[in-house]
Ligand binder design. Structure first.
Ligand code: C2E
Ligand code: MG
Ligand code: MG
Ligand code: MG
Length: 282
């Protein structure tokens, strides 16, 4: 029966727009609730100097610890949080939490590592974003140079001169700026020099097939060469194999993060790793 009716069976299984809209409303309400109930937490992925192998910092990545479903990945709730604007209070919580964790590690005598935090477009669009970042640094007592904000190409491209000024104001706080998922957006290398950024992160999509895909190899080499020509650092993300790391290191990449060294870790696990009292589970 199902086979014979062909396309109609497909329509039968497709949820109506009302169902989809209701599911969205439901998720939005649960996200709001989660924020007030403290159900979000951060994991921290180590970032290493690719030449020396030394630890240089970490990236804070948000997770939702749902009482029913357990840990939920950001891919499943960040898009809706962006759409609804909930990313603004959530992102602010992430920034504060990451900064106070970094401050706590400093207070515990750990080496001064950099703390990278993802910023969403909605957050950057807030008229008082610079003051908000400044207030969180002040409140947590984190030295500005420890903080690195990750932006994406689409957040800064095509928005004219006011974004340049905004990024300059952020930089004036003493923080660093990084372009995340580089190569997936406008993929224009030339525009980079207009922006006061410190680092670009080669998207894991390009890293994945290194060194077997010669196109990806060439793209990585081009990104590294161009970034260095503009005095920017290059971080590779999603490095899973020694062959990937070795290729990137050989072509001058500066830093990497990825499962090869470690998955993102809960704060306690990262702390044990930092203090040298615990093995690194990856
Ligand atoms: P992203 O900022 O590009 O983060 C890198 C993602 O790659 C993370 O996924 C990380 O766990 C994953 N990853 C790291 N190493 C490897 C590897 O070796 N192989 C593979 N396959 N994946 C690796 P995660 O934590 O699920 O985060 C996904 C995305 O969600 C992030 O991509 C970022 O865009 C967004 N996100 C996460 N936390 C936040 C946040 O606090 N605020 C905002 N606005 N976005 C966030
Ligand atoms: Mg990121
Ligand atoms: Mg990325
Ligand atoms: Mg990514």
């Amino acid at each position: 029966q199902a086979k014979e009716s062909g396309r109609n069976t497909y329509a039968f299984y497709t949820p109506s727009l009302t169902v989809i809209a209701n599911e969205k409303l439901d998720l939005e309400a649960r996200l709001r609730h989660a924020l007030t109930q403290g159900e979000f937490l951060l994991h921290y992925q180590p970032q290493l100097d690719i030449q020396s192998g030394g630890l240089i910092g970490c990236e804070a990545l948000v997770r939702w610890n749902n009482p029913q479903q357990g840990l939920i990945s950001p891919a499943r709730f960040i898009p809706l949080a962006e759409e609804t604007g909930l990313i603004v209070p959530l992102g602010e919580w992430v920034l504060r939490q990451a900064c106070s964790q970094a401050r706590a590690w400093l207070d515990a005598g750990m080496p001064n590592l950099s703390m990278a935090v993802n910023l969403s477009a909605r957050q950057l669009q807030q008229p008082d974003i610079v003051a908000r970042v400044a207030a969180i640094l002040e409140e947590t007592g984190l030295p500005a140079e420890t903080l690195k904000l990750e932006l994406t190409e689409s957040m800064i491209m095509g928005h004219g001169e006011e974004v340049v000024v905004l990024l300059q104001d952020l930089k004036a706080l003493g923080i660093r700026l990084s372009i995340d998922d580089f190569g997936t957006g406008y993929s224009s290398l030339a525009y980079l020099k207009r922006f006061p950024i410190d680092e670009i992160k080669i998207d894991q999509g390009f890293v994945h097939d290194i060194p077997n895909d010669s196109n990806d190899n060439q793209i990585a080499i081009a990104i590294i060469g161009m970034a260095h020509g503009l005095s920017l650092k290059v971080m590779a993300e999603g490095v899973e194999t020694e062959a990937q790391r070795d290729f990137l290191a050989q072509h001058g990449c500066d830093a990497f993060q990825g499962y090869l060294f470690s998955r993102p870790l809960p704060a306690e696990e990262f702390t044990r790793f930092l203090s040298g009292t615990g093995p690194l589970q990856s």
